[in-house]
Write a protein that binds this ligand. Sequence first.
Ligand code: B12
Length: 218
Amino acid sequence: MSDIKTDSFPIEYLKNLLQGNRKICLSIANEYIAQKHTYPELYEEIIRTSLYEVGRLWETKQISIATEHLATSITESILNELFGQIIVKERINRKVVVACVQNENHQVGAKMVADTFEMLGWDSFFLGNGIPDEDLVEFIHETRPDLIAISLSIYLNFSHFQRLLERLKLEFPDLQIIAGGQAFRYITPEITARLSNILLFPDLYLLEKYILFLNSKN
Ligand code: B12
């Protein structure tokens, strides 16, 4: 814990996350919102930044796998608790399906993406981690969303992502696909340029702008 980088986020939240103090983490999150920050700011500046630090501490063996799991499970419970507060009454009658690539176990970012759509009036269907392509395709046929959002954290799952994209384009040629996640940091612009008909997003701020743009088009 001594090596925690303190410059980029509130240390109190991270400390309590690592100690398993779920209630305190939730009140810090609520306090942050009460200070007139937005939910995307909370997600980006407090929750995401803290989990990245958890990852760094885990990678450098300064915390155990158990502590990392605890931090993630508290995070997921906080996101679930906040959900009631983030959904807006005005619905715009648009649907998005949010899923992680097959074999991908990281689902917190995807959950934040689903919530961001909800905040802006969309109905989101968050399918979470590791959904087999076949089941995702079937679900999309059933729900007929306006957009598909795919999350990819592990670079080694990139081939799964490419395969899924091909399948989706074949089944739903007119459906817009967006994607994001840490894996794209390791993928060169030459490779991403070849991923036609798909938009990539690095964070929730740009995603929010994009959704507002979509909302402005009748
Ligand atoms: C929690 C965690 C886990 C948990 C995940 C549980 C869960 N319920 O999600 C578990 C224990 C399962 C796990 C497993 C592994 N993990 Co892990 N994990 C993490 C950790 C600590 C946090 C992940 C997280 O939630 N981050 C916070 C979210 C909010 O950030 P995010 O995903 O980037 O999402 C943001 C943006 O990218 C964007 N975004 C994401 N998706 C999308 C999609 C769209 C459409 C849009 C618009 C935007 C968008 O929006 C989000 C908000 O800004 C990270 C550390 C880190 N740097 O993140 C490591 C990390 C991701 N894991 C890592 C590794 C190596 C693994 C394992 C291979 C470890 C192992 N040897 O078993 C396995 C792989 C399992 C698998 N097959 O997927 C590496 C990945 C390196 C890489 N890129 O290849 C990391 C970076 C840790 C590290 N520093 O080494 N992990």
